[in-house]
Design a binder for this molecule. Sequence first.
Ligand SMILES: Nc1ccn([C@@H]2O[C@H](COP(=O)(O)O)[C@@H](O)[C@H]2O)c(=O)n1
Ligand code: CDI
Length: 157
Amino acid sequence: MRIGQGFDVHAFGEGDHVMLGGVRVAHGQGVLAHSDGDVVLHALCDALLGALALGDIGKHFPPSDDKWRGADSRSFVRAVAGMLAERGYALGNADITVICEAPKVGPHAQAMREVIAADLGVDIDRISIKATTTETLGFTGRREGIAALATVLVERS
Ligand SMILES: Nc1ccn([C@@H]2O[C@H](COP(=O)(O)O)[C@@H](O)[C@H]2O)c(=O)n1
Ligand SMILES: C[C@@]1(CO)OP(=O)(O)OP(=O)(O)OC[C@H]1O
């Protein structure tokens, strides 16, 4: 059994939605990013890569590579899932926390769990999505950006 953790932040910018856990969430702003800027999936990928000491998301999908411009971050999750499987590992469980004042994550948490479970090929009860504000403190509190934390356990399959 191995453990991994991931963290990602994107600044809010122009737009009318954010992608969170592969789900399009209506919001008065978008995020600035090379890909679709899905902090949930980026933190998850980093946690999975970290669990197997495979580097980080930027090593595998460099922001300097035009191939990933506007990319659907679900493609990163599926690619990372493949790396795990190749090495004989499968997800034990993932626990993810989204940090922002808005949008509200709770109403979308179940849909995010379904997307992530499907992309990792695991039962939904292995995927947890939580959210918190920072009580108006810091960059998330000022609504300048959105952050996510992910912790995973991976097990020999
Ligand atoms: N973006 C968010 C933030 C919070 N929630 C839900 O609200 C609860 C209370 O948040 P506090 O930061 O005031 O503790 C939190 O436990 C979440 O259930 C949310 O859905 N989306
Ligand atoms: C996802 C990648 C893809 O180029 O770019 P961004 O969408 O900017 O996201 P970030 O988490 O800042 O960096 C990781 C990159 O791999």
